[in-house]
Design a protein around this ligand. Structure first.
Ligand SMILES: Cc1cc2nc3c(=O)[nH]c(=O)nc-3n(C[C@H](O)[C@H](O)[C@H](O)COP(=O)(O)OP(=O)(O)OC[C@H]3O[C@@H](n4cnc5c(N)ncnc54)[C@H](O)[C@@H]3O)c2cc1C
Length: 399
């Protein structure tokens, strides 16, 4: 039996960041991961980091994105981890007049609130990204957005945590949890038993399963995301690339109900919209993805969805027409039913916390999600922006 002050379940970006920041404050913390660090969503994502600036009145989204950007910079520039970080900016392609009108309004709204975004003509966009299709109607430019290698970044956070004194234990699947009479938690894995006074759930798409062991209903749903890659080629794509189609469709109809999260590309097996994100990695592969579908814990990519996504990407970058797909993959994103993250204390149990529900943008938001949670745990004071991520809004005791 191992006694420790705090245990974190999950070695994705959320758990690794939580471990790093807790260890920085001198806490005795053990992270338990059933596979390797970054073996699930945090290691298979596109590596796109979203941000549009702090804005005049920074909200939760501004804190999560801009704060995470600073943590990525710290890892690479101050701590010396090569995570392939680049503040490349994003270009979002506009295909139709309706998308142009929608993006125009969005840019005006964001700029009025102090965010850094610009609506570019195709001449301006192609001077930044020469391979863009000249037939597009324009591009939304977001210069704060960035990219990094997801495996390297998540592992760097875990390594920095270990260097600060955290115990990172991989191949440790938690199989049972129990809150004991003395308010400590008994955490069982196949190899060991841990006792901790504080427990943090950072189990991504598996939070519902882990919460159920404590008699809690945590409404986080696994949503499959899938991607494809070309062979390696010389540098051709410099920004992260996306499309306005899904942004407009989700603005008009987020599509959530009591059992379905918002902002999905499919309802059941029927397609609602096309979503697109991608970039060229340092190794030279051009990688793209976009589909978000509820299919349980199934992680085999759907070839029909890959084909739709490849066609969509080719509309934006015609060079993809001649490049075949060399590999595909999928992972599970943790979506909450209202689309907002869960970062904070679970009031049903003593010293129980969660950092999850980071959905489709958890790589870019996970580092600061972990830091905000740690500031709360360490000081007992919850940052005001965490009010909208309060898990108490949706987590209940299971009947
Ligand atoms: C294909 C795809 C593309 C994406 N692209 C982007 C992108 O470009 N930008 C972006 O910001 N986000 C992107 N995302 C979303 C992002 O990857 C996730 O939001 C983020 O990684 C979630 O991090 P996490 O730490 O909460 O979960 P995870 O990374 O899933 O980590 C949870 C960990 O908990 C572990 N675990 C679960 N149960 C147990 C247990 N019982 N015992 C021990 N360990 C356990 C799992 O093994 C896992 O490693 C993408 C996701 C996918 C799938």
């Amino acid at each position: 039996m191992t006694e420790t002050e705090m245990v974190i379940i999950g070695g994705g970006i959320a758990g690794a960041s939580t471990a790093y920041h807790l260890a920085q404050h001198g806490h005795d913390v053990t992270l338990l991961e059933r596979g390797d660090i970054a073996s699930e969503a945090s290691g298979v994502n596109a590596g796109s980091i979203g941000a549009t600036g702090w804005g005049h009145v920074p909200d939760l989204e501004a804190y999560l994105t801009m704060g995470s950007l600073e943590i990525f910079k710290t890892l690479q520039l101050d701590l010396g981890y090569d995570i392939e970080f680049r503040q490349s900016g994003t270009l979002q392609a506009i295909h139709t007049k309706a998308q142009y009108a929608f993006t125009h309004d969005r840019v005006q709204h964001l700029r009025a609130h102090g965010h850094s975004v610009e609506l570019l003509t195709m001449r301006e966009a192609r001077s930044l990204e020469p391979e863009l299709n000249p037939a597009l109607l324009g591009c939304l430019y977001m210069p704060w957005r960035a990219q990094a290698d997801p495996q390297k970044a998540t592992r760097a956070l875990a390594a920095a945590a270990a260097r600060s004194g955290a115990h990172i234990r991989t191949q440790q699947a938690v199989t049972a949890l129990q809150q004991r009479g003395d308010d400590t938690y008994l955490i069982e894995t196949a190899h060991d038993t841990f006792v901790a006074g504080t427990l943090v759930l950072a189990a991504g798409a598996w939070c519902a399963e882990v919460g159920a062991w404590l008699g809690l209903r945590i409404p986080i749903v696994p949503v499959r995301g899938q991607m494809w890659a070309t062979a390696q080629l010389g540098p051709r794509v410099f920004h992260t690339i996306s499309s306005a189609e899904s942004a407009m469709d989700w603005h008009h109809e987020p599509g959530n109900d009591q059992a379905t999260p918002p902002y999905l590309t499919h309802r059941g097996s029927a397609r609602r919209t096309r979503h697109l994100y991608g970039r060229q990695t340092r190794a030279g592969e051009i990688i793209f993805g976009g589909d978000r579908q509820v299919v349980g814990y199934h992680t085999v990519p759907d070839p029909a969805g890959i084909e739709v996504n490849h066609d969509h990407a080719t509309e934006v970058l015609p060079l993809l027409h001649t490049l075949s797909i060399t590999r595909t993959w999928a992972g599970l994103m943790p979506f909450s039913l209202d689309g907002a993250p869960l970062i904070g204390r679970l009031p049903q149990c003593r010293n129980l916390y969660i950092v999850s529900g980071l959905a489709s943008s958890g790589f870019g938001r996970g580092p600061m999600a972990g830091k905000l949670l740690v500031d709360y745990i360490h000081t007992g004071h919850r940052h005001p922006v965490l009010a909208e991520a309060d898990p108490a809004r949706c987590v209940t005791v299971a009947e």
